[in-house]
Design a binder for this molecule. Structure first.
Ligand SMILES: O=P(O)(O)OC[C@H]1O[C@H](O[C@H]2O[C@H](CO)[C@@H](O)[C@H](O)[C@H]2O)[C@H](O)[C@@H](O)[C@@H]1O
Length: 334
């Protein structure tokens, strides 16, 4: 199982600068999921489960779901927009805007191959209550198509690979669905990684069981992603979060090969890239930089396209130099 942060992030990595700066490789597909949902994924070894309070699940659920303005209002906290801005801008001292840091980033990426990893929910599409209605705009689609023209570009999602492909609809990308367990290459070669029928059938049983045990919790929603299962609590009253966590926890006891992990484990520890958190509310993250929402992600991608067009047009030597090193932009959850 996977329990993690709400939105997603881009990362830039530059192998030449590993251990000298915060830049680094992000070399493989990573396991993560978006906040306000659990995702069940297979694990290699069975683990132990205690109760949801002692093992920190509730803490993780709360910290991965920073209070929205509505939630704050519901508990009587109404921030003036100036106060909101003040809090956000103070937080940005720790997670500077990737747009404002663009020149610094591209200085490090210059003459190197850039690889882009994008999350879907909250990065390319706005977070909405109904997961089936999380659509990306045509303008965003064209920005992603644009970067894919110049840079290897992958989308990594907790959703099933088919679903993400259906939502994005671009053939020139790599797609990694089910947290990287189902990968499709741009040429439509498909590689499904290490999945036994046992896991597939287990997942179906888990899905059915979770639907059953959560059916009386208003707002709970269970999604089957073929190789993993998500339990959404975005629309569940926070008072019922212990109940939903306990339900998931109890189901997991019977499936020791499935696990729940927290999603903000990507990159920083191993110095594998520039994580760029996409969030309109301040929250702790493994990212180095931030973007406020999908609209800023789009602007950032468009800036990358302009930059690439500029260097391609003005300095042909850069095309040759690209062969020597390989930095990466990764958009994922932190
Ligand atoms: O890896 P991601 O692409 O971030 O996928 C993680 C989850 O994304 C979806 O849920 C999130 O977006 C929904 C639509 O905006 C929102 O309703 C939900 O609260 C978010 O958690 C997807 O539905 C999940 O199955 C994925 O695990």
């Amino acid at each position: 199982m996977d329990l993690s942060s709400a939105n997603a992030s881009p990362v830039l990595a530059d192998p030449a600068l590993i251990n000298q700066t915060r830049l680094g490789f992000h070399s493989s597909v990573f396991t993560r999921s978006s906040g306000t949902s659990f995702s069940l994924i297979p694990k290699k070894k069975p683990g132990k489960f205690d109760d949801v309070l002692s093992n920190g699940w509730l803490d993780a659920m709360q910290s991965s779901s920073p209070p929205s303005k509505k939630m704050l209002k519901d508990v009587g906290v109404e921030l003036a927009s100036d106060d909101n801005d003040l809090v956000y801008y103070s937080w940005m001292l720790k997670y500077p805007s990737a747009i404002k840091s663009f020149d610094r980033i591209i200085n490090r990426a210059n003459n190197k191959e850039v690889v882009i990893f994008l999350d879907y929910d909250g990065t390319l599409s706005p977070i909405v209550d109904d997961p089936n209605r999380a659509f990306m705009s045509n303008d965003m689609r064209s920005a992603v198509k644009g970067v894919a023209k110049y840079f290897s570009t992958a989308i990594i999602s907790g959703r099933s690979r088919d679903k993400v492909y259906e939502l994005v609809g671009l053939t020139e990308l790599f797609y990694a669905g089910s947290h990287g367990m189902d990968i499709m290459f741009p040429a439509k070669n498909t590689l499904s990684i290490n999945h036994t029928n046992y896991i597939r059938s287990t997942d179906k049983q888990v899905y059915r069981t979770l639907v059953e045990v959560t059916k009386d919790i208003p707002g709970a929603l269970v999604e089957n992603h073929k190789f993993c299962t998500s339990v959404h609590y975005r629309n569940v009253d926070e008072k019922s979060w212990p109940t939903i966590a306990q339900c998931v926890h109890d189901v997991l006891k019977d499936y020791p090969r499935l696990k729940l992990t927290h999603g903000r484990k990507v990159l920083r520890e191993k110095n594998r890239g520039y994580g760029i958190l996409v969030s309109s509310v301040p929250k702790e993250s493994k990212a180095f930089l931030s973007l406020r929402d999908p609209s800023e992600v789009k602007d950032f991608l468009k800036s990358l396209i302009k930059w690439k067009e500029h260097i391609s047009g003005t300095d042909k030597r850069s095309k040759e130099a690209v062969k020597h090193t390989s930095p990466q932009f990764v958009f994922g959850g932190f």
